[in-house]
Design a protein around this ligand. Structure first.
Ligand SMILES: NC(=O)C1=CN([C@@H]2O[C@H](COP(=O)(O)OP(=O)(O)OC[C@H]3O[C@@H](n4cnc5c(N)ncnc54)[C@H](OP(=O)(O)O)[C@@H]3O)[C@@H](O)[C@H]2O)C=CC1
Ligand SMILES: CC(=O)N[C@@H](CCC(=O)OP(=O)(O)O)C(=O)O
Length: 344
């Protein structure tokens, strides 16, 4: 398959390059950058010297790039992918967008939370979380790859919501991310003295991943769910830990919780169930496409606490995109994704 990475100079794009380089079925056609067109990718990321010295091009001629690619992986800030999608809508090239433009079934929700007008409203698309939407991903032309916090949080809660084991109106998600989640461009909050040796919440009750989690859990519950989601910035480069709380419904026997996770994920390659009383750590998934999930039932409060860990750049972005690519092409789902976590 010929694939091009649109926005190859960002953290998500360069992680995709790392994975696709080892993918036996993918050949890189083009890598794009607007600010560094004409330079080699290895001029920007020196660790790639001698491995990947391909010259970056602008996406000015996106139709030509698409004509020579079976898939475009779009790694641009939100608002751009829908313009690309619209421009090439009459071409056969399939799109995997790592941003948010194609994640929402109701584009009015996107417009409300992202404060951007949606310019490709009628495009058929699927939410790119393989463990929930594998069937539709197989044939979709446009895949809206799931977000990073959302992947960790939805995977943690989906089995319990689907089986009606928790009261969805009581869900609280407390999530923490490494700073690569904010992308490569300089921002004051990510400046070393601001970040190092400190820990803080941001976008409390207003983070744009809230409606994405609500969308997917609502569809499983068959009712509209609203929930609390609070993200935090951690002084580390990669990793997300999501701690999710909810009240058990009155009749829930504790074994049903264990059974729900096994039923949902027992045969999922990329989900490692740690079980009751064992808790995930970002270090155990770093650099890999795994999502580790552990849980605890608090008999005193009648609540379940589910914890999940992913690498935001892999299962939260580039690895998930390649997992979706594999499904869309009919390859083994873990092709190119068999890397072990980097420890320590
Ligand atoms: N970082 C993460 O953990 C995750 C990121 N994502 C999503 O992936 C996408 C990329 O994120 P990330 O790699 O972190 O971001 P970065 O800021 O690291 O990279 C952004 C990329 O977009 C390009 N770009 C920026 N502005 C424009 C523009 N106006 N027109 C065209 N290209 C532009 C940059 O290219 P250049 O400057 O070279 O022109 C660069 O290649 C985003 O939508 C993000 O939400 C999703 C999940 C996780
Ligand atoms: C730490 C940090 O800043 N994280 C980003 C979310 C990561 C991201 O890129 O968002 P998507 O997964 O939706 O693409 C944020 O809070 O905006």
């Amino acid at each position: 398959m010929k694939v091009s990475i649109i926005g190859a100079t960002g953290y998500a794009g360069v992680e995709l390059l790392r994975i696709l380089h080892n993918h036996p079925e993918a050949d890189i056609a083009y890598l794009t950058s607007e600010s560094s067109a004409g330079k080699k990718i290895s001029d920007i990321y020196e660790h790639l010297r001698g491995i990947y010295d391909q010259v970056l091009i602008s996406m000015d001629n996106i139709q030509q790039i698409a004509a020579e690619s079976d898939f475009l992986f779009i790694c641009l800030p939100h608002g751009h992918a829908m313009q690309v999608g619209k421009t090439i809508e009459n071409q056969n090239t399939r799109i995997i967008d790592l941003g948010a433009d194609y994640r929402f079934t109701d584009t009015a929700v996107y417009e409300e939370w992202y404060r951007v007008k949606h310019t490709h409203k009628n495009a058929a698309r699927v939410y790119g979380l393989a463990e929930l939407h594998r069937q539709e991903i197989k044939t979709a032309k446009i895949i809206g790859n799931a977000g990073c916090y959302t992947t960790a949080s939805i995977l943690a809660l989906a089995p319990l919501v689907r089986e009606g084991l928790i009261d969805p109106s009581t869900i609280i998600i407390d999530a923490k991310s490494g700073v690569s989640g904010a992308g490569r461009s300089a921002k004051l909050a990510n400046h070393f003295p601001e970040l190092y040796d400190s820990f803080k919440a941001y976008a409390v009750s207003s983070h744009r991943h809230t409606p994405e989690i609500e969308q997917e859990l609502s569809s499983l519950a068959g009712e509209h769910i609203i929930l609390n989601f609070t993200p935090h910035l951690l002084p580390m480069s990669r990793g997300i830990l999501s701690t999710c709380y909810a009240n058990l419904t009155a009749s829930t026997a504790y074994e049903k919780i264990d059974d729900a996770f096994i039923k949902a994920y027992g045969s999922e390659f990329f989900i490692r169930l740690l079980g009751r009383g064992t808790y995930p750590a970002t270090k155990n998934v770093r650099g890999s496409n795994f999502c580790d999930i552990g849980w605890h039932i608090d008999e005193r409060t009648g609540r379940v606490i589910v914890l999940s860990a992913i690498d935001n750049l892999v299962k939260g972005a580039a690895g998930q995109a390649v997992q979706n690519f594999n499904i869309a092409c009919g390859f083994e789902e873990n092709t190119g994704l068999l890397m072990t976590p980097i420890y320590p």
